[in-house]
Every structure is written in C-alpha cells, then in structure tokens.
Design a protein around this ligand. Structure first.
Ligand code: 1CP
Length: 354
C-alpha cells in the first residue's frame, strides 16, 4: 500500500472525519489553463494528448501545481470507450467530438466490438500508472467513465447534441435495441473501471452528463438501472484501501432517493439542488459532492468567497461533503478566480469540522 499524504477526499467520500472540506474541480485540467493549452499544442491535438501517457500525466498534475486541490483526475475522455468499441472518434476543430459510425438500428449493433482493456484501452491504463507514479502519494487519483446512457447519446447521434433526437426516438420506438446497447456498454464500462482501479485509480466517478434530459420513468429504466449494474460489478477495495464510487447525474436532483440506493458512496450534485435539502433526503446513506455554479467563477474573488461560505453552511457541520463545481469549469474562467475559489474552501471550511 502506497502512503497517501493527503487522504481527506477519500475520507469525506466514506463519511469519516476530516480536518476541512476537501475540494477538486470537474474539468480541472483544461483549456482555461495556459499551461494546458501549451501541452496540448505540443501533443498536436486532444486525442494525441490523451494517448501520450507522459503528456496526459503532465496536464493531470498542472492544476495541482497551481492550487491546493485534494484530488487529481485522470486526463482522458468518456468517449474513449465508444471509440475502442469501433465507432471511430475524431474531433473537428471548434466542433467537438464526432463518430465515423453511428448506432441507429439493431443491425448497427454488429459494428460494436468488446475491447480488451490492456489492448485498445491500454493507453488509458498506462496514463493511470504514470500519473500514480508521478503523484507519489500527494493526493488520490480519480478514474472515470461516462454512464451507458450518456455514452449512448454520442454513439446514436454521432456527436454532441442538445435535443437527443435519435437517442430519444430509440427509447420510444426501439426500446429493445436501446436496452441491448446499454447492456453492452454497462459490461464494457464495468471492465473499464475495474481496469482503472487495478492500474491505480483510488476512487471512480460515473459521469451521467445527460441523464437529466430523461423523463422520470426513462431515467430509472434507461440510465440509473445500468449505472447500478456497473456499481454492483466494481472492485470496491484495492491495495488495502476502499475505492469509493461517485455517481453524478447532471440535472438529477429529483432522483436523489433512488440514486442513494444505487450502491454508490457519494452523489454529485449540480447547482440546481440545495445541499441542505439533499443531505436531509439522502440521510446517512451517501456523501455529497458539489455544487457551486461554475459561472460564479466569472464574479470577483470576494463574491466567489461569499458563495463558498453559503454552500459550506448549506451542507452544515460534519464530514460527507466534497466541495466541487456543479459541472465542469468553463474555458473562459480566469485562473486567478479558480485560485480564489479553492483558497476560500481551504480557509473557510475548517470551522465545519470542529
Ligand atoms: O480542445 C480540447 O482541449 C478538448 C476539450 C476536452 C477536454 C479538456 C474534451 C473534449 N475532453 C476533455 C477532458 C475530459 N473530459 C476530462 C478530464 C479532464 C478533467 O476533468 O480535468 C473529463 C473527466 C472529461 C469527461 C467528459 N467528456 C464528459 C463528462 C463530463 C461533463 O463535462 O459532463 C463529456 C460529456 C465529454 C465529451 C466531450 N469531450 C470533449 C468535448 C468537447 C466533449 C463534448 C461535450 C458536449 O457534448 O457538450
């Protein structure tokens, strides 16, 4: 077991006492940092950056060198999975991710293969091992995946989407095809997270970025069910330590009770749900992560600090809270404001743990 110098993130996820509220930021490595843009230029493009373990490690650690963060997150992308299943991921400058092939019918399911984790996705595991070595116990490393539903939206639409026209049509017109696709994704994602855990990921997060677009009934049947299946298949201990699981459905505030029954250790919240309410609703079952609106980082450092205080008091006394943004940090945020945010959490949170 490697010695962890800072384990307050893992402790808070497991509701063990901590000295202050731990903090990390979704998308903490990214375009708002000039050093990220420089490394990305050196790699040539985004996918080459993901596939180069040394450069992926470098950008993972960049935000930790600027800010006193309590966790690192693997630099990669959720779309590595459908890419490895055979759909051909590429990025068009300024247009976001695209796939060469899409899944729209039962016949299209034949396009999909079952990737070998140390083969087609070996570059991700290499990045995990390189980052762990380089972190040398400084903070824990988070591994991650997209949820089956969120991955399916990209595989069906062929890229980003606002309305999910084809994916939602499939739910209602071809539910069997959708279930088959989601089931295959759940199996691959379970393997993928277990491989990341074996390689050294010390906590894992499932990003269900588009679960909030579903109806109540469709969320339970087409998103939560498959995340629950994945969680049930995960290794929950590695190298003598528990590996906490965080489930984050953006726009999922109305489903906290069923989410708390999923087997996850913690739920990620976006900014539309009050932490006071959420804590009351989930009771002692899970920890909570979140939930400052990322747009607050466009405000002044004083205003950011007020918002941090408000959110800390919303959660209240005691462990079980990991501070984060309610979604990824925006690319136009001033890095100094991100610094003011992290410092505010470090300075203001100890009084909630006495
Ligand atoms: O141009 C660039 O440099 C690429 C921008 C970028 C980055 C920095 C993309 C393309 N992906 C990433 C890294 C990334 N993606 C990380 C690791 C970095 C970190 O957190 O520090 C993670 C965890 C993700 C996860 C991810 N990718 C999600 C889930 C989280 C979320 O924000 O909801 C999603 C939906 C994606 C898809 C994706 N990747 C990239 C883009 C532009 C998109 C499309 C987003 C959309 O459809 O709106």
């Amino acid at each position: 077991m490697t010695e962890l110098k800072n384990d307050r993130f893992l402790k808070a996820l497991l509701k063990q006492p901590v000295d202050r509220t731990p903090i990390w930021m979704m998308r903490q490595a990214g375009r708002y940092l000039p050093e990220y843009r420089a490394t990305r230029a050196q790699a040539g493009d985004f996918l080459s950056l993901c596939k180069n373990a040394d450069l992926a490690c470098e950008v993972t650690i960049q935000p930790l060198d600027r800010y006193p963060l309590d966790a690192a997150i693997l630099f990669s992308d959720i779309l590595t999975v459908p890419d490895a299943m055979g759909l051909g991921l590429y990025f068009e400058e300024g247009e976001g991710p695209k796939f060469k092939q899409t899944i729209r019918s039962e016949k299209d399911l034949d396009l999909l293969s079952t990737p070998k984790m140390e083969d087609e996705l070996g570059y991700v595991m290499n990045a995990v091992r390189t980052i762990r070595r380089e972190l040398n116990g400084r903070v824990p490393l988070i591994g991650f995946t997209g949820s089956p539903w969120t991955l399916a939206t990209y595989m069906i639409e062929g890229g980003s989407s606002k309305e999910f026209r084809h994916a939602k049509a499939m739910i209602y017109n071809q539910p069997d095809v959708m279930h088959e696709l989601l089931n295959r994704l759940a199996l691959v994602v379970t393997d993928y997270l277990n491989a990341q855990i074996e390689a050294g990921a010390q906590a894992v997060q499932i990003f269900d970025s588009w679960g909030g677009a579903l109806s109540h009934a469709a969320y339970l049947e087409f998103s939560l069910k498959y995340m629950q299946q994945i969680i049930g298949g995960l290794k929950r201990e590695h190298d003598g330590r528990q590996v906490p699981v965080i489930l984050f459905t953006k726009g999922g505030g109305q489903w906290l009770e069923p989410m708390a029954e999923s087997g996850a250790d913690a739920l990620g919240l976006d900014w539309t749900t009050s932490l006071t309410d959420a804590r009351r609703r989930v009771g002692n079952k899970v920890a909570l992560q979140g939930n400052m609106d990322p747009s607050v980082l466009y405000a002044s450092p004083d205003r950011i600090r007020d918002e941090v205080e408000r959110i800390l008091s919303e959660y209240g006394q005691g462990t079980g809270h990991v501070f984060n943004l309610g979604h990824g940090i925006h690319q136009f945020v001033d890095p100094a404001n991100a610094g003011a945010f992290v410092e505010a959490v470090v300075e203001l949170s100890p009084k909630y743990h006495r």
